[in-house]
Unconditional design. Sequence first.
Length: 282
Amino acid sequence: MLIFAAVGALDGKVAVVTGASRGVGKGIALGLGESGATVYITGRSLDSSDDHRGSLKQTAQEIDRLGGKGIPARCDHAVDEQVKAVFDRVRSEQGRMDILVNNVMSTPQRSELPSGMSSFWELRPFWAIPVKFWDSFNNVGLRSHYVASAFAAPLMIETGGGLVVCISSGGAVQYVGNVAYGVGKAGVEKLVGDMAAELRPHNVASISVWPGFTRTEDVVDDPVRYPDISRSAAPIFNGRAVAALAADPKVIEKTGTHVTVKDLAAEYGFSDSPGSNQRIGA
């Protein structure tokens, strides 16, 4: 069994995590930073004044405290030119790129929901809701994953290899209460598989990662919808999963597949407890 140290395992590696001002994306950025990576983090909320739930600058500061280097890059993933600018910046400032995590996703805001609805999960049946909500899930989501990957791939190929991770869920294979969401996640799985076929000859792995129930800011702040979070995982748990994949010299063997964070924790031997990243088994 190969063993590699998580702390410092990604020293010198350059990552981009989309949608990392808070939530799962922030946790992934922290996990990569904890392992020593330079992490560009994208999103629209640059400062805490933009959104009280979290900001890119706050995430970058936490990455720095964990031993990595956090670099905020304000970006609206609905605007392709802004996305391209992020990867042009990475090329200019770093000259390489090793890891892309496609996490960014937009969901309908409460103010946009029809009267009487408090959550986007209540948007059903599909024929009774505005068609625009399809775009809310799948413009900044599935399409954004494709666009970011297209801009990142040339630089990763030039680097000599790397890892593209798309964050998905079991909604890709079973009904979870929202048609637009489920179809978008199924599309992510197809995107991952087809990108794997074209990226494998260049030693770039393409993998779908499924987080479990995570204590994001929205979950913690909504005790009515989430009255029991005792079995939830800290956001950094997902980051340690991605860091373990990125540090695995045999990660290309997983290309084109989907993996759960829970299964990766069992395989590599990490948890979300402080200090559990000191050694990871692979």
